[in-house]
Design a protein around this ligand. Sequence first.
Ligand SMILES: Cc1ncc(COP(=O)(O)O)c(C=O)c1O
Length: 385
Amino acid sequence: MRLSSRLPQGFEPNALAASLARLRAQGQEVLDLTVSNPTRCGFTYPELEIRQALSLPSVLAYDPDAQGSRSAREAIAAHHGHGLRAEDLLLTASTSEGYGLLFKLLGDPGDEVLVPSPSYPLFEWLARLEGLTARPVPSYFHDRWHLDLGALEAAVSPRTRAVVVVNPNNPTGHFLTTVEWAELTNLCAQRGLALLVDEVFADYALEVADDQLATALLDLTPSCPVFLLSGLSKVAGLPQLKLGWIAVRGPGAEDALEALAFLADQYLSVSAPVQAAAPRLLELAAPIRTRILGRLWTNLATLDAALAHQPQLSRLPVEGGWSVLLRRPAVDADEACALRLLEEASVLVHPGSFFDLPGDGHLVLSLLTRESQFREGLCRIFPWL
Ligand SMILES: Cc1ncc(COP(=O)(O)O)c(C=O)c1O
């Protein structure tokens, strides 16, 4: 059988994943400092209330609306504020599905989208599976992360249709500044590009700067089309419920929403129960986020206390999100380093190169890890760094 050329050539796991599978098959306990699944991190959820929300009588009704149920959209609009209306929203089964719909909406096969680098590694495939090419545009670190507007402008080609930014970025934690936002929207307006803003982590601002753009929704009348993506995965720490959304603003928003509804209508992938439960789930989300934020701060403090005794190591500022970048002397490839930590110290960390961080001097740790595991993991890896 001939498979689509959009797919990878093979599906072999990388060396780190293969080694992890082998160790686990041997029954070895591995401390995972990469966990990004909040349901596996020992948080106390309001279980009863979540179950009740998912057993409302309305979960038995099926009245599909391609844009998503009005009541869910109203609750999401109220959650965001900043003048967002139910009619500006379209529901999806995840942010990833949101990207798929937007790439179908905006591009023809062979077109390009500019994506941030470093960033989380799904863009290449999400774009490619829609017949598009993702062109990474590097950000750079100088005291803090910066968008390279010059590089972005230089990367725009006649085939470019959209620019993707992640605010705050995963894993760098970079929030756009208000100046970067103004320059970015101007560039997109001038070059006829759409701007996709992934704000799944926007509720998790940590070491904030005065000039940071807390959310793209602060711009009520952007000069270019803006598609903001978010979802319950991070907003409520409930990835298993599979509810994401796209908010649309700026020139052409109404037409874009009509076309997005047409695309969504071909799948109708968002389940009725999660739509019925969404208003209540969003009410329950605030205390869940508070617990997650508490965990992030505690682990950051643990890391800082541990780093005080490790002059060869440091960390980058964490403006927001669930990850921290640990900086180490780049004496070997970061993948080799991660493999060594797994095999010698039984601790899983991600090498920076998994996220396209430049050089070999970064390891990525998840601040979502249970506090005791995080502390123990640091104790185990530091002697090897
Ligand atoms: C920046 C970013 N966007 C989107 C997602 C995926 O979100 P969802 O579960 O809604 O597909 C992730 C997952 O970690 C992410 O890091």
